[in-house]
Write a protein that binds this ligand. Structure first.
Ligand SMILES: Cc1ncc(COP(=O)(O)O)c(C=O)c1O
Length: 384
């Protein structure tokens, strides 16, 4: 017998982990001031690119002596630019506990063929952070988007490190406190926590990272799209808005809008509070229902953005099919879009809780998740 549908629906069913929901006040008319059909090197374009960089610095609290660049190819572009430009001088330690971190391992081990110590953990767990040797360059993902597992903080990163830390923070920036003094390279993309458009990535370099760039030349060739130095000196223009190649000025306008919205909700601390409230609603739901659990085993590592959950009901016969059917049912009802677990992750759901999502929408969605779960349990029983 089908259970009754809840009375309240989320106003916005968008819970995708990327591209993420636009800020609640977004509509396309807000982009009317975009410098469209103009050169990005004209004053109007350059001013907007510079505002995107300095707005990022202001909202994220990035130190004045860190460089911030807008780069091509989204977060992937920013990470790979860092790996190809900086690595090779010393041993590398790669930390991975989900799909994207594993992708960076493939880059370093199979493509760059570097001497790397690879530390991995299964989905739901995290590597032993206390074992990291900071004489090495260390590459890690702050928040593993496909596992919903994040590093708890930056305390495990040595202040007196010799190597560089390279951090993919794409689903962490604007939702979690990032300790800039511990991070030499940080990357994220516009399409994540602020709900911006895809295509562009941000590359944030500490003075130590710049020093490496200016004192070390990798043994391999670098395509123009990855080149951060010229004649042994940093190309400063990249970090003031003179992008390597042509950016989308529509995406830039959209990012400027998102930054303004971020300021309007209290900046970084406001965004963190919104993500925490969203994630807490899902955590509470898991606590109250014995058929669903957070994939992240250790509470301290639970993401407040890409919250991953698994079904734990022993009656479920085919976990992957069950989770897909629940997600499909919620999508068909226009209650929750794009919440199926990532293709390489264990069966389950992934509910985006970043600050652009309204807590009232999470709260309205969760009873529907219970409804869809019960409906699928019933459907499975009828089919058996
Ligand atoms: C941790 C992480 N790294 C990298 C990426 C790739 O990002 P992009 O598609 O913006 O390059 C994602 C996308 O979800 C991600 O979550």
């Amino acid at each position: 017998m089908a259970t009754q549908q809840p009375a309240t629906r989320p106003a916005n069913p968008r819970f995708s982990s990327g591209p993420c929901a636009k800020p609640p006040t977004f509509d396309v008319t807000k982009l009317a001031d975009a410098a469209l059909g103009r050169s990005h090197r004209a004053a109007v374009g350059k001013d907007k690119l510079k505002a995107a960089i300095e707005g990022t610095r202001e909202v994220l609290g990035i130190p004045a002596d860190y460089r911030i660049g807008i780069v091509p190819a989204s977060d992937t572009g920013a990470v790979e630019m860092a790996l190809w430009s900086l690595l090779g001088q010393r041993k590398v330690e790669m930390l991975a506990w989900e799909s994207f971190g594993s992708g960076w391992v493939t880059d370093v081990v199979k493509q760059l063929k570097l001497d790397a110590e690879v530390k991995t953990a299964d989905y739901g767990q995290i590597v032993d952070l206390a074992s990291v040797d900071f004489n090495n360059d260390v590459v890690f993902t702050w928040n593993g988007t496909t596992a919903g597992v994040r590093v708890p903080n930056g305390d495990w990163i040595a202040d007196d490190r010799i190597g560089l830390t390279i951090c993919d923070a794409t689903s962490a920036a604007f939702a979690m406190d990032l300790p800039w003094d511990k991070l030499d390279v940080t990357t994220f993309s516009w399409q994540k926590v602020l709900g911006g458009e895809a295509a562009h990535g941000m590359l944030i370099l500490s003075p130590r990272a710049v020093e490496r760039l200016e004192s070390y030349t990798p043994a391999w060739p670098l395509p123009k799209i990855f080149r951060l130095t010229k004649g042994g000196k940093l190309i400063e223009g990249i970090f003031t808005g003179a992008t390597i190649n042509t950016p989308s000025m529509l995406a830039v306008e959209d990012y400027l809008f998102a930054l303004d919205w971020a300021r309007s909700v209290g900046g970084l601390q406001g965004l963190i509070a919104r993500a925490n409230a969203n994630a807490q609603a899902v955590f509470d739901f898991c606590f109250e229902n014995n058929w669903i659990a957070n994939l992240a085993e250790d509470e301290a590592t639970r993401s407040n953005t890409s919250v991953c959950v698994k079904f734990t009901d022993a009656r479920i016969q085919d976990g992957a099919a069950f989770a897909k059917a629940v997600a499909k049912r919620l999508e068909a009802e226009n209650i929750a879009l794009d919440i199926g677990a990532y293709r390489d992750a264990p069966a389950g759901l992934r509910i985006w809780c970043g600050g652009t999502v309204e807590t009232t929408d999470i709260q309205a969605m969760l009873p529907w998740l219970a409804w869809a779960y019960e409906a699928e349990i019933n459907a499975q029983t009828v089919a058996a």
